[in-house]
Structures are given as C-alpha cells and as structure tokens.
Design a protein around this ligand. Structure first.
Ligand SMILES: [Cu+2]
Length: 169
C-alpha cells in the first residue's frame, strides 16, 4: 500500500459553518484528495450507519473500489436517487471518479453504508477506514463521527428505509 501523504486542511475547505474547522481533515493519495471523512452517530441497536467525504480527482478517471473498517462487518458503496417521492438506494460495485471532477459523498447522494456496526458510533469518536482506488491505490483515513447540525438534521433520514432494502442481502 502506498504511503499517503497526509496534510491538515487548515484553510480553504468548503464546509458548512456549523462544521468545526478543527474537525476538518484531508488526505492526498496520488491525484485524489479525500476531504473530511465523516460518519453520523448511531443509536444502540442501529446496525447501519452512513459514511461521507468529498473526493476530488485532479487526475485521470479513477474509481473507488472498496472501503473497509474494523467498526463494521462490511462497507457498501451506495447511490441514492429520488424516484418521485421515494428515495432509492442502490449498491454500486464501484464509485466512478471522473477525470478532474469532485464527487461528494453526502446524505441524500452517494455515500458509504457501514453495515453490521459492532458498536454505536458516538459523536466525537474517530475510527480508521481503508479506501481502495483502482489507480490511486489504498489509503487509511480517519473518519470523524459528527452530529449533523440541527438546522438540517433529519436523523437517519437517508437510512430509515433500510429495512425494506432489497439489495441489502
Ligand atoms: Cu445506503
């Protein structure tokens, strides 16, 4: 695994005001910048959680192939689209990272789904996650568990329909 050069993003990161600057962090892996990996807190008994980050591809097209972490049995790459009023999540084999483009993993859009959480994720905690890219290779990032800001908190909105997920098995 290539050694990732890690830098602190002290400025210039586009984040909402409520996101503490102190919690901003980013990684550089080849042509890919990985900004602010984060996850939502979960409650006891909740077996899935959402993982988010911004992927900036400054080079040729690449793909995120997989993510793994010790805190969950598996991590799936999901897309989410609106079909009328119904949100549909779909598991992807890989997340396309077109040349020169930014792909935001966020609630209501592409995201990582942590499946089979071994313990609740608590706000303020961090955990390591390994990301594997087709061309850029692998990197271990630190994921910050963060409470979403109240103004746009729709707790677990994006995963409430989890139980009728057809693709989950
Ligand atoms: Cu999902």
């Amino acid at each position: 695994m290539p050694i990732a050069s890690i830098r602190r993003a002290l400025a210039g990161t586009v984040l909402t005001l409520a996101t503490l600057a102190a919690s901003a962090h980013s990684y550089k892996l080849g042509a890919i910048d990985i900004d602010h990996p984060n996850a939502r807190p979960t409650v006891a008994g909740q077996s899935v959680g959402g993982g988010f980050m911004t992927l900036v591809n400054k080079g040729a097209a690449d793909r995120l192939l997989s993510a793994t972490t010790a805190v969950a049995a598996s991590v799936q790459i999901h897309s989410m689209t609106m079909d009328g009023n119904v949100m549909k999540m779909r598991q992807l084999d890989a997340l396309e990272l077109p040349a020169g483009q930014t792909v935001e993993l966020k609630p209501g859009a592409w995201h990582l789904m942590l499946v089979g959480l071994k313990a609740p994720l608590k706000a303020g905690d961090t955990f390591p996650m390994t990301l594997k890219f087709e061309k850029a290779g692998g990197v271990v990032v630190t994921v910050n568990v963060e409470q979403p800001e109240p103004a746009k908190a729709q707790p677990q909105h994006e995963h409430q329909h989890e139980h009728d997920h057809e693709h989950m098995h």
